[in-house]
Design a protein. Structure first.
Length: 188
């Protein structure tokens, strides 16, 4: 992974602890809507050197609407088994499928078949379940399939020790040259 997107220690943790290549990783993300934070769980689909962390969503979703108004995203990834927490603060870019066909083809192939149904252009989200109609799996990438590209500018790595004050906590911020600067912090 390119250090433009992720500091080496965070990349190493994602690869070895979280098994990014072989696992489905869910994160909690926060957007801003009506001046208030809004949190939800989303799947991290991948990391692209030039684009950042990749999340997929309907272009009509609330998170898409939130990010259209406020393009900042906070992310928390937790591995409860080994007590590691990764946090990132990002600036996002929202991309429609016709803007980067090759990248969209790559990520469309990662979406489970049953999940693809909610991207069908005839699918209506957020209606009474009784009124929802069954849709087919789209045969082409639909226009409602959107990509959130989240470029981090801040990371925090926390490894919780059984003796909490001995936990390891690092903060990473980009300097003016775009390089990650690491700072070890005490526990709060």
């Amino acid at each position: 992974m390119n250090e433009k997107v992720i500091p080496q220690e965070v990349a190493s943790s994602l690869e070895t602890d979280f098994k990014l290549e072989d696992s489905v990783i869910f994160c909690q993300v926060s957007t801003i809507a009506n001046g208030m934070p809004h949190v939800r769980t989303v799947r991290l689909y991948g990391i692209e050197n030039e684009y950042g962390l990749i999340f997929l969503t309907r272009t009509t979703s609330r998170k898409w609407q939130d990010l259209t108004s406020h393009p900042h995203l906070a992310i928390c990834i937790l591995h409860p088994g080994i007590h590691i927490q990764l946090q990132a603060e990002c600036t996002t870019r929202l991309v429609y499928s016709d803007n980067n066909p090759q990248l969209f083809k790559k990520y469309w192939s990662m979406v489970k078949m049953d999940v693809k149904k909610i991207y069908h252009d005839d699918y209506v989200p957020n209606v009474d379940y009784q009124q929802g109609k069954e849709t087919d799996i789209p045969t082409v990438i639909p226009h409602s399939f959107g990509m959130i590209m989240a470029m981090p500018h801040h990371w925090e790595y926390l490894l919780v020790n059984d003796n909490y004050p001995d936990s390891i906590r690092y903060q990473f911020n980009k300097n003016t040259q775009g390089e990650w600067v690491k700072l070890r912090l005490t526990m709060s």
